[in-house]
Design a protein around this ligand. Structure first.
Ligand code: GDD
Ligand code: GTP
Length: 425
């Protein structure tokens, strides 16, 4: 029996994802028509040996989270539970804090995922690799190639090519270490939890040796999976690298959500072709490339949609509308002949007739092998907003016949005039 753990973080995470994460916990943001975390859950459901999925994070139990958990418990076979940290315990602290629940039923191993990665998880293969390579105290770390420059934004691994062993690990190094990066997907054997106990005890004694007898126990409970576990495990002969050439990306900024949307839609060809919209008759809109249209959305037959578009539930799209490379969130209305390119249209927002909402798409560099999408800051060195996708927050109204270009619009705004490269507060 195996278990899966998804690290979903908490409200002070996902800052680069604002304003979208103001309205919804980031792990529930819909990508390719499903909450981000549901892609992980569905991948786990393909592996019959995974009997339980634990979501670990420090989000308060909001209505959205409760509703999602209630839905997931009914919809999926493995048991699904949310374990809430009392404060941010870091990427490893939650695993240690909930060690009894994780080891209940004696799983032979447990998978751990960062929620903000998107990939075609070859889980069966990864688990098989883990069983064949490691003993009962080992770690398998899923890795992929990145460019030299980009690798430094990730955990970097050095591998012994003959044995597959990870001989060195550095989290976000300042100078180049290796182009092999940590994908945020791991398999841990049970005994790694015992190792965490040593880390916990060390932190505790450091705290007392330092003369700190304060009451903040979260300080000692905070464990970084990357720095406190992976770093010392590298070179010990117990950590192995599973290399993947599958589609992989991180979801940090709104622009990277558009890219992840594209990746997941393309994966539907393999995993779930029925989810992709098909056009071709007079009653349906023209569909270009990969498109997801929710069954409760209303899209006029003269609209042209795609490629890489998600139209979520209760969306209404009028005649002559053009949408490409965008996510249109639940309840949004795109009025007649409006045009939405490289954008995210927030919940219950309205784009007026003949208006144009357009952003600049971020793509991995097509001329560089292994390039990934870079989720840098919002502003460039001279303090200007970097051209990126346009994001309309919740309940934004864009008046008819105006242009909104490369802008971020916070929730509940009424946009009456055209704007370019602006954050509208
Ligand atoms: N439960 C819990 N508690 N989860 C957390 C916490 C916490 O206190 N802090 C972060 N997480 C979750 C996040 O939700 C995310 O899923 C994951 O842990 C990693 O988040 P970050 O700490 O923001 O790290 P990162 O995304 O910059 O880098 C990590 O992922 C890269 C791959 O995407 C590292 O693991 C890198 O080594 C790796 O390359
Ligand atoms: P690039 O290779 O990116 O230059 O693509 P493109 O010139 O085909 O088009 P662009 O990215 O500007 O727009 C994507 C699609 O939207 C194209 O198919 C355009 O025909 C269509 N489009 C662009 N502007 C409008 C508009 O104002 N109204 C409508 N209905 N469609 C538009």
């Amino acid at each position: 029996m195996w278990k899966a753990i998804i690290l979903i973080g908490g409200p002070d995470k996902g800052t680069r994802f604002r304003p979208l994460s103001l309205d919804i916990p980031k792990p529930l943001f819909p990508v390719a028509g499903l909450p981000m975390v549901q892609h992980h859950i569905e991948a786990c459901c393909q592996v019959p040996e995974i009997k339980e999925i634990l979501l670990i994070g420090f989000f308060p139990l909001s209505d959205e989270l409760k509703n999602f958990l209630a839905y997931a418990k009914k919809a999926f076979t493995p048991s699904i539970r949310y374990l809430q940290e009392y404060t941010s315990l870091g990427t490893g602290g939650g695993l240690y804090h909930f060690r009894d629940q994780i080891s209940a039923g004696s799983p032979s191993a447990f998978l751990v995922f960062n929620v903000d990665v998107c990939c075609n998880f070859p889980l069966q293969d990864i688990l098989h690799f883990h069983s064949s390579k490691t003993a009962d105290d080992g770690i398998t770390i899923v890795a992929t190639e990145a460019t030299h420059q980009e690798s430094m934004s990730y955990g970097c691994l050095v591998e012994d090519k003959k044995t597959g062993e990870a001989t060195h690990y550095v989290e976000k190094p300042e100078t180049f270490v290796s182009s092999l990066i940590n994908c945020g997907v791991y398999v841990f054997s049970q005994k790694v939890l015992q190792y965490m106990e040593n880390v916990f005890k060390e932190h505790q004694s450091e705290r007392f040796d330092g003369g700190d007898n304060g009451s903040d126990s979260s300080f000692t409970e905070r464990i970084s999976l990357e720095k406190d576990i992976l770093y010392p495990y590298a070179g010990s002969g117990k950590m192995f690298v599973y290399k993947t050439k599958e589609v992989w990306g991180q979801i940090k900024s709104a622009a990277s959500a558009i890219h992840a949307n594209k990746l997941y839609l393309s994966l539907y060809h393999k995993t779930n072709p029925g989810r992709l919209a098909v056009g071709g008759d007079k009653q349906t809109p023209t569909i270009i490339g990969d498109v997801f249209i929710h069954k409760n959305a209303e899209v006029h037959s003269t609209a042209v949609i795609g490629p890489n578009v998600t139209i979520d539930e209760r969306v209404v799209i009028g005649p002559g509308v053009r949408v490409s490379n965008s996510i249109v969130l639940p309840g949004a209305v795109l009025k007649d002949h409006s045009c939405v390119l490289n954008s995210i249209i927030g919940w219950e927002s309205t784009v007026g007739q003949w208006s144009r909402v357009e952003g600049t798409a971020h793509q991995p560099d097509p001329n560089t092998q292994f390039s990934k999408i870079v989720s840098g800051g919002l502003f460039n060195e001279d303090g200007r907003l970097c051209p990126s996708i346009t994001v309309l927050g919740r309940q934004v109204t864009v008046a008819p016949e105006i242009v909104v270009l490369n802008s971020i619009v916070l929730p509940n705004k009424a946009i009456q005039s055209s704007s370019k490269n602006l954050i509208i507060l």
